[in-house]
Each structure stands twice: as structure tokens, then as C-alpha cells.
Design a protein around this ligand. Structure first.
Ligand SMILES: [Zn+2]
Length: 182
């Protein structure tokens, strides 16, 4: 059975071809959620996700590509997106990317991912794919909010960020109300 990369983190799939980009980003196992494994940690797990065999060298390439994508989404102006893909532009000016023939799994995935980024940019929803603002999580989610203001992948992370603040408020309130109780 194929691995449902986003569901294992309790996240919904992006409602478009961007799901492949989201899946690649979410192959990670963020530290706060200990019940998941990094699908690019071992060749067996990567093969199960991709449905084809992956060598150790390709696995390293995939991890590097994943890191590059993260940098891109974090706003790094010049992510080291290395590798070769074929970019074509049709008569309407729409660019598309594809892997060169005979490409291995890493190159093939790179072609598919870059193609979906180009398509999403043209469609206007590329900026809806975001990384969770809870740094230790850093999972990719598709922001469906009307004004594109979503910051966390889920309520789980939003609560984790807001919890220390509300604890702090309670503590301060306790100090203030203390003398009144005496
Ligand atoms: Zn998160």
C-alpha cells in the first residue's frame, strides 16, 4: 500500500498537483512528533513511498533536493536547486518541466516537483503552500484561508505556540490578584 505522507502527520493533501511538492517536504519526521519516520532516511522507506527502488546516492540527492525546497519556501533567494530537467514553454507562454529520458527516481521526482511549482505559479496558488511557523515542526501545508494568512500546519502547532503565552498571562494574573486575597 502506498504511504499517505501527509495523513501520517494528520494533514490534508494540497487540493492540486502541488500535493507532490507538499509530500516531498513532509517526508521528514519533525522532532515534536515522534511517531513518524523520515521517509528519506532509509532506501527501503523511500522505495515504498516512491514505488521504485532508490540507491543510497539517489537518496542523498532526494534529501538535498528536499532541503533546497525548504530553503525556497523559507524565502532563501538563491536555493541550490541543482540537477537537470527539461523546461519547455508552450505557445501561451506557460512553462513546464520534466525529467530527461532515462532519469533515475531523484531526477524524475525533481522534474515532477518543478513542473507543479511552475503550474501553481501560473495558476496563482503557489504562495498558498507554506511551511509551519512552529520551527520544530516545519511541515508543509496548503493555506486555504481567504486572505492567505495561515501560519500553522494545524491547531496542534498553533496551540503549542500560544500555550506558553497564556500560561504567562495566568502567572501574571496570579501575582496581581495575590495581595487582594490577603
Ligand atoms: Zn506544524
Amino acid at each position: 500500500m502506498p504511504i499517505d505522507v501527509n495523513a501520517r502527520h494528520g494533514l490534508d493533501d494540497a487540493p492540486s498537483g502541488l500535493v507532490i511538492v507538499q509530500e516531498l517536504l513532509n517526508t521528514t519526521a519533525p522532532k515534536p512528533w515522534e511517531d513518524t519516520v523520515d521517509l528519506l532516511g532509509r532506501a527501503e522507506d523511500a522505495a515504498e513511498w516512491l514505488g521504485r527502488e532508490v540507491s543510497e546516492a539517489e537518496l542523498a540527492e532526494l534529501r538535498e533536493f528536499r532541503d533546497s525546497l525548504r530553503q525556497l519556501l523559507h524565502g532563501d533567494a538563491h536555493p541550490p536547486l541543482r540537477g537537470s530537467v527539461r523546461i519547455t514553454v508552450d505557445e501561451a507562454g506557460q512553462a513546464s518541466a520534466s525529467a530527461l529520458s532515462g532519469a533515475g527516481p531523484a531526477e524524475e521526482l525533481r522534474g515532477r516537483v518543478l513542473n507543479q511549482i511552475l503550474v501553481a505559479q501560473a495558476r496563482g496558488d503557489w504562495t498558498r503552500l507554506k511551511l509551519c511557523a512552529f520551527e520544530a515542526c516545519d511541515l508543509a501545508f496548503f493555506d486555504l484561508s481567504r486572505n492567505r494568512s495561515g501560519r500553522w500546519c494545524s491547531a496542534r502547532c498553533a496551540n503549542r505556540i500560544n500555550l506558553p503565552k497564556s500560561r504567562e498571562r495566568r502567572r501574571v494574573t496570579g501575582v496581581v490578584s495575590g495581595p487582594e486575597a490577603c
